[in-house]
Design a protein around this ligand. Structure first.
Ligand code: ATP
Length: 482
């Protein structure tokens, strides 16, 4: 069985071996912190995205979705504060030239203390770090790193530079002729596409406050620390929703969305004790309250989603920079104002990593006579890349034809997979490894009584059901309780 740190490596290897996630441009040795989703990873990710999209835009009558461009007018990022503020405090080791995010270095040290049984020491380091970050006290942060004698993992020395800020946005040139070209950015978050379209959507969809706009899309950050698989990527996908509200009501809506989002997380079938809220001490430049939903990954509790009370910071700044009015006329109050915003912002890739971490199970199936084990991904059936595998026992005697008929009758409803090759045991294990919740085997008895054996992934139990019932049995398990 893998230990926790080995477990993380085991999950990464499994993802590659079974077609979930590959290093980007692997034939050229990969590109740091960039990944490609393979055939099953893509299906999984799409299912998570669809579940989020439906939860937002179908379960909430007052939320609509948009799809804004990745490129935006460069002034957007001045107004949003990203040009001036989107940076992290970093420190370099002078000997190895390796650059670290200061908070990550200190968090790793606190984790070590905790592992050694010094929970109080760990808490004290984190509390001091929070204080110094909140005060933007960079000398204090460097002194803290030195006083704890934290060493670079590459050089093994504590020969540190000053703490400095680095902007995380990627820039590029728009326009083909150099004197016409202007510098633009790859968006570091999807939220601004929503803010600049706030009035377009409000007017054309005739939305009344409170209402929300949801969006899923790529975001890009030149992350410095990039060694955590799809947890921290340079190109990733966000699922964000901005909820526009009356000024003064932000506390109650903030609490509402905290609860609502936790409900969504629990709908993924993950037990409540694997989650926790983490309130921010140092608030981002735009926020008056903020927290993270953290999940207990094999690498520890880490942020999956942020919930932020962004006040009217973004709309007010866009109004100032664009000179276009960003106000809403509230018919009930007969007043115009710039709405306040509660944002829920979740990383799609981190959610995929959370589901993989939760689902990945190594089981020892040894009996007195035989050593045996299996690796199984216990995804909720609704999110599994493939829902049903159809497996004729042999390639002859008309069994494949019956298998094909079952495929044809189910494929319009959910993703099915057909396979004839190898022993049935090997085929079951392959389906376990990619998380397929149901396998049906067509055998000679099928020809006599129109029944198949259905095998359930998690229990490995098998039972005989009528071909006519397959669709209902599978469909009955494809709902997530949100
Ligand atoms: P972190 O502190 O981990 O860098 P953040 O607080 O900067 O994250 P937000 O700006 O709040 O993150 O972004 C919202 C969500 O987007 C995060 O909760 C996370 O799920 C996701 N996210 C942010 N950066 C990355 C990244 N580099 N790779 C993958 N997902 C990311």
């Amino acid at each position: 069985m893998a230990t926790d740190s080995n477990r993380f490596q085991a999950i990464i290897s499994h993802c590659k071996e079974y077609g979930f996630i590959f290093p980007s441009s692997e034939i050229y040795d990969g590109l740091s912190a960039v990944y490609d989703y393979g055939q099953w990873g893509t299906e999984l990710k799409r299912n998570v995205r669809d579940h989020w999209w439906r939860s937002m835009t179908q379960f909430h009558e007052n939320i609509v979705g948009i799809d804004a461009a990745i490129f935006m007018h460069p002034t957007t990022w001045k107004a949003s504060g990203h040009v001036d503020n989107f940076s992290d405090p970093m420190i370099d080791n002078k000997d190895s030239k390796k650059r670290y995010r200061v908070d990550h270095l200190l968090e790793a040290h606190a984790n070590e203390l905790e592992k050694e049984g010094d929970a109080n020491g760990a808490r004290a380091v984190l509390a001091r770090m929070d204080e110094l970050l909140a005060a933007s006290d960079y000398d204090g942060l460097r002194n803290l790193i030195e006083s704890l004698n934290i060493k670079c993992e590459v050089s093994g020395t504590s020969n540190w530079t000053e703490v400095r800020q680095f902007n995380l946005m990627f820039s590029t040139q728009l326009g083909s002729v150099s004197d016409e070209a202007s510098e633009i950015y790859l968006r570091p978050e999807t939220a601004q596409g929503i803010f600049v379209n706030f009035l377009n959507v409000q007017k054309t969809a005739r939305m009344k406050i409170p209402f929300g706009i949801a969006q899923v899309g790529k975001a890009f950050r030149n992350e410095i620390v990039a060694r955590q698989f799809i947890f921290r990527m340079r190109e990733f996908e966000q699922m964000e929703m901005q909820y526009f509200i009356r000024p003064g009501t932000q506390k109650e809506w903030y609490e509402f969305w905290k609860e609502e989002r936790m409900k969504w997380h629990l709908s993924l079938g993950i037990p409540a004790e694997r989650y926790r809220f983490h309130d921010h001490v140092k608030l981002a430049h735009y926020a008056d309250a903020a927290c993270d939903i953290e999940y207990e990954f094999p690498i520890g509790f880490k942020e999956v989603e942020g919930i932020h009370s962004r006040t009217d910071f973004d709309l007010r700044n866009h109004q100032e920079f664009s000179k276009k009015k960003m106000t809403y006329h509230d018919p009930e109050l007969n007043q115009s104002y710039i709405p306040y915003v509660i944002e829920t912002s979740i990383g799609l890739d981190r959610t995929v990593m959370m589901l993989l971490s939760e689902a990945y199970t190594e089981e020892d199936l040894s009996t007195a006579d035989k050593q045996d084990s299996r690796t199984v991904l216990k995804f909720p059936a609704a999110l599994a890349p493939i829902k049903l595998a159809v497996l004729p026992l042999t390639k002859k005697d008309g069994l494949p034809d019956i298998g094909r008929e079952i495929m044809n009758s189910c494929r319009a409803q959910f993703k099915c997979f057909y396979e004839e090759k190898d022993t049935i045991g090997k085929r079951y294990r392959r389906m376990d490894a990619i998380g397929t919740p149901f396998c049906v085997t067509v055998d000679h008895q099928t020809k006599e009584d129109n029944t198949v054996t259905i095998r359930y992934r998690d229990t490995m139990e098998q039972e005989r059901i009528a071909i006519a019932d397959i669709k209902n049995v599978v469909e009955g398990k494809l709902k997530l309780s949100y």
